[in-house]
Design a protein around this ligand. Structure first.
Ligand code: GDP
Ligand code: ZN
Length: 307
């Protein structure tokens, strides 16, 4: 029987089969056989051991289209990053780090700013200008007042999207709108292990029925809220590559390989002064550049592998 991993907890994997039944599975031997650890989003084969109690074994992991390392999820088409326009104010540094991480993994990103109902036009314009210029799809929504959700849904339809964001931005509220039956999908099965539904320390994949009509299966992955992100495998000198809006001004830099930090006659800094680049983005660039320069590679690697 073919299925998809919704969630993995304490050695159990919750697999939804094509007829939308969920089985609690163990991954006996699969590790040894393939050397691959099953993760949320994996397409798998299971054998059913006990139909009444919905228990089975994972017997195979099908080839992955892709696999993200943070959060670890497989077979994803795009990432939706949710921030609030205000309350809480966006943590721009965190947003940029997330964008860098997703670009590293070649994943398209939709930036979704929530709480439009309590934000001013000016606040929205600033965000729009800063991020749309870098080639991202930027949406403004109010989950509370159900504004802008149709546009978001249209972008989600037929795809698997991983949904991320810091806490307090409205992620649970959004998920409730998209998956009103979220509690039921895994429901009783994992409750005995997971305890307390609101401790989202694990990623979980949901089938979005409303958007799956016409055979366009739509999934959304809820991921744990984060407060910081450590970048992996990015060298300070490569950072500019993650700021695509700098590119058109780089030919004006006097020095080849200009870092746009302290060099004289820098095209990027000139563009910034002329108001052609976003201060927010440039400030982040400078902060992250310095962080990367100061990072002790061995140390940061060790920290990452703990996660
Ligand atoms: P999470 O921590 O990201 O899961 O955020 P929640 O969904 O728990 O929402 C955090 C707070 O923001 C709650 O008090 C929500 O009622 C509120 N909230 C969510 N969406 C909106 C919105 O569109 N507008 C406003 N004004 N408040 C919202
Ligand atoms: Zn420069």
């Amino acid at each position: 029987m073919r299925g998809r991993i919704l969630k993995g907890i304490a050695g159990f994997y919750y697999v939804e089969t094509i007829d939308l039944k969920v089985y609690e599975c163990k991954a006996k031997g699969i590790f040894r056989k393939s050397g691959i650890k099953p993760i949320v989003g994996d397409n798998v084969e299971i054998e059913i051991i006990d139909e009444d109690n919905r228990q089975g074994n994972l017997t195979d992991i099908l080839p992955r289209k892709n696999c993200l390392y943070r959060p670890p999820v497989a077979n994803v088409d795009q990432a939706v990053i949710l921030f609030a326009i205000v309350k809480p104010d966006p943590n721009y540094n965190l947003l940029d780090r997330f964008l860098i991480m997703m670009r590293q993994q070649n994943l398209p990103v939709i930036i979704c700013f929530n709480k439009q109902d309590i934000a001013t036009k000016e606040e929205q314009k600033e965000l729009h200008d800063a991020y749309e210029k870098c080639g991202y799809k930027v949406l403004f929504v109010s989950v509370k007042e159900e504004r802008g959700l149709d546009e978001l849904k249209a972008l989600l339809k037929g795809k698997t999207s991983t949904l991320a964001g810091p806490s307090g931005v409205g992620k649970s509220s959004l998920l409730n709108k998209l998956v009103p039956d979220a509690d039921m999908q895994i429901g009783e099965l994992s409750r005995k292990i997971d305890r307390g539904k609101n401790t989202t320390r694990h990623s979980e994949l949901f089938y979005v029925k409303e958007l799956s009509e016409g055979g366009e299966d739509t999934f959304i992955i809820d991921t744990p809220g984060f407060t910081s992100l450590e970048l992996r495998d990015v060298a300070a000198d490569e950072l500019m590559g993650y700021y695509p809006e700098f590119e058109e001004f780089e030919p004006s830099c006097r020095f080849g390989g200009c870092s746009h930090i302290a060099e004289p006659d820098c095209g990027v800094k000139a563009a910034l002064e002329a108001g052609k680049l976003s201060n927010v983005r440039y400030d982040n660039y400078r902060i992250i550049y310095k962080d990367l320069k100061n990072a002790r590679p061995d140390y940061s690697k060790k920290k990452n592998s703990e996660k």
